[in-house]
Design a protein around this ligand. Structure first.
Ligand SMILES: [Zn+2]
Length: 129
């Protein structure tokens, strides 16, 4: 999976920061969906690799509970974790015990459960008033 993540990073669109990120979603039925970050001069309008991979899976009909694993590779020397916008999306579509495996480009990794990345999630139950 490391080689696939490295190759995928070449597709990142990062004219400003040059900071490449790739992500892969593995579904419970064994399908794989790729995502890369897509930067924009209006920074708020940039898209993260994790969200792109997850949305690709959803575009093919996968729903909450269908996704098994999430891989993320960032460009830095540290092993970075998904941003908090991504964590909200991850929390919505993965189960709390699903694994998120984060790599740097050297192949060093950290593995988290979704519930550890998102200890106090904002969820559907919060929309009750
Ligand atoms: Zn993000």
């Amino acid at each position: 999976m490391i080689e696939r993540l490295l190759k995928l990073q070449e597709n990142s669109y990062v004219p400003i920061s040059k900071y490449r990120t790739s992500s892969i979603v593995v579904t419970k039925d064994g399908n794989i969906f790729d995502g890369v970050n897509v930067e924009n001069p209006s920074f708020r309008d940039g898209l993260c690799a994790e969200q792109n991979a997850i949305v690709s899976a959803c575009s093919k009909g996968y729903k909450k509970g269908d996704l098994s694993l999430l891989y993320v590779m960032t460009d830095g020397s540290t092993v970075s974790t998904p941003c908090f916008l991504c964590r909200q999306v991850i929390n919505e579509l993965f189960e709390e015990d699903s694994l998120v495996i984060c790599y740097n480009k050297k192949g060093e990794s950290k593995i988290f459960k979704v519930k550890d990345l998102c200890p106090f999630p904002f969820g559907e139950e919060d929309l009750v008033w």
